[in-house]
Design a protein around this ligand. Sequence first.
Ligand SMILES: C[S@@+](CC[C@H](N)C(=O)[O-])C[C@H]1O[C@@H](n2cnc3c(N)ncnc32)[C@H](O)[C@@H]1O
Length: 207
Amino acid sequence: MRLTGKGEIINAWFKSKTADKVLSPVREQIIGLIGSGCSLLDVGCGTGDLLFRAKDKIRFGLGVDLDPKMIDFTNERNKSITPKNLEFVHEDINSCENLSSYEIDIATSTLCLHEMKETDAIKTLQSLAKISPKVLVADYSKPKSFWAKVSIELDEMISGHYGRFKEYRNNGYLPGLASRAGLVVSEVNETPIDGILIWELRREIHA
Ligand SMILES: C[S@@+](CC[C@H](N)C(=O)[O-])C[C@H]1O[C@@H](n2cnc3c(N)ncnc32)[C@H](O)[C@@H]1O
């Protein structure tokens, strides 16, 4: 196993105590939208919180993240977890070649697509829809309140990928991406967090 430094592990631990707490209702909502016994792929899994919470409901969970410190953190936590039905891999989803060797029932992603280059986000959506019949994406949507708008903009400004977020926002948020990826939005779920929605996407069925 490739080991990250202590500071990096602390960073992942800090994220597990902050972002994971804030996103807790969104995670539970996603888990409510998946069927028992399914296999679940989480793209940009971060600390793996969604899969750790879902582990007793699903048959198998695969987490993929570009950030090695997140994967080291998830693998460390995974050692003490039962059932042993989770796997975490350090990969860029767009160059992950062996995804098709997994049988995935539902592919999901939370707050990941808005930080990718648009071409990569479209490619990701297309490959997710190819390997799984159902895609659930939780990401930023147009906020209703002024304060939610300010807080999302500030958060993204300090995140280091504000340019990509602006592209995502200006091009119609997730529905814009889905349409350019040739996918249809089959369901939109409100979440308790103003400015985050969960979309269910499917491939367009041509008659
Ligand atoms: C804002 S974080 C969200 C993490 C987690 N999904 C959550 O809800 O807390 C976005 C994550 O997506 C990952 N990510 C971004 N681009 C990626 C890519 N091309 N392939 C895999 N992971 C990626 C980042 O490393 C980061 O951990």
